[in-house]
Write a protein that binds this ligand. Sequence first.
Ligand SMILES: *Cc1c(COP(=O)(O)O)cnc(C)c1O
Length: 388
Amino acid sequence: MDISTTSGGDQLGFNSRAIHAGQEPDPLTGSVIVPIYQTSTFKQDGVGGLRGGYEYSRSGNPTRTALEECLAALEGGARGLAFASGLAAEDILLRTLCAPGDHLLLPDDAYGGTYRLISRVLTRWGLEFSTVAMHDSAAVAAAVRPNTRVIWVETPTNPLLNIVDIAALAEISRQHQAMLVVDNTFASSYLQQPLALGADVVVHSTTKYLGGHSDVVGGAVVTRDAEIGEQVAFHQNAVGAVSGPFDDWLVLRGIKTLGVRMDRHCSNAEQIVRFLGEHPAVSSVLYPGLPNHPNHDVAARQMAGFGGMVSFRMRAGEEAALKVCGLTQLFTLGESLGGVESLIEHPGRMTHASVAGSPLEVPGDLIRLSVGIENIEDLLADLNAALA
Ligand SMILES: *Cc1c(COP(=O)(O)O)cnc(C)c1O
């Protein structure tokens, strides 16, 4: 069986696809790992005589092709496309799906970079948008307009870890002939399969769990429909925000261990949630795996695990939260998420500082953890010391 041709098929399990899809041994040398084709152009055997279908690396590069086929296979989509960053992927996707004058529905707690792209860049191009509490399906249905072209979903959300019912929104999208786009960055393809739940398109910041090692910035789009995939591919080449071969190779390498990493991220997170829930300095823990999470039942239905992101609030307020962020040793103080190393941050002053004073403002006593895959005893000891 030629694994590279089974993109979107379900013949192989997730981890097998992660390791093999799009990654046949190199036909020329037998190299087991896809080489980094660090070249801008390709020799032609006579005018128009392309050896492997490649002519110029903006239009296509074999390392990128391997990643794109792997991404499509992981999400069960018809077409995968790789970009220079998650935001580049979003920009090209939205300018493919929408025309000036179209309307987009955005979560009222969208990733800040997505909000900035739409509210400050794409509105100048003529896109209209409004925000809605995406976890409230009735509110979403009421917010759809005749010119709504895209419903944009993130789940779990950042940093409050709200859960949105993808299947319910897919139904609303279908009724209104809109496209449902799911930003699957926080859950990763391993824990959540939006296309199988009825979404039309998945986007990723591969910078996070797919890359998984905090050493690359990248983005991805996976479409359910081949024709829409072809349109995104046209824009990818026309606009040009492609990922480079070395970055593609890093993401491919990261994806091979996505399943085992996510299993550990989840189990470490669950133990940290239990520890924080019993700690007197902590007033509440936000985690979709908790039975008291408002949408725990939806999370249990649509996720294979509850993920590695944990947020919690300090009983003593903002100063206490800032202090904890400065005291951890193993949890590194920093933005971003999804790497093997644990990170801690204060959303109010860091990732979400730009929404202070707006309805999207997050509580000052909130701390966000990206739980890594270190030994759980060490992570718990670090938090225990910082909270003491
Ligand atoms: C980081 C992130 C993005 C943006 O991706 P970049 O690779 O930083 O451009 C988009 N959505 C979510 C949920 C993210 O966490």
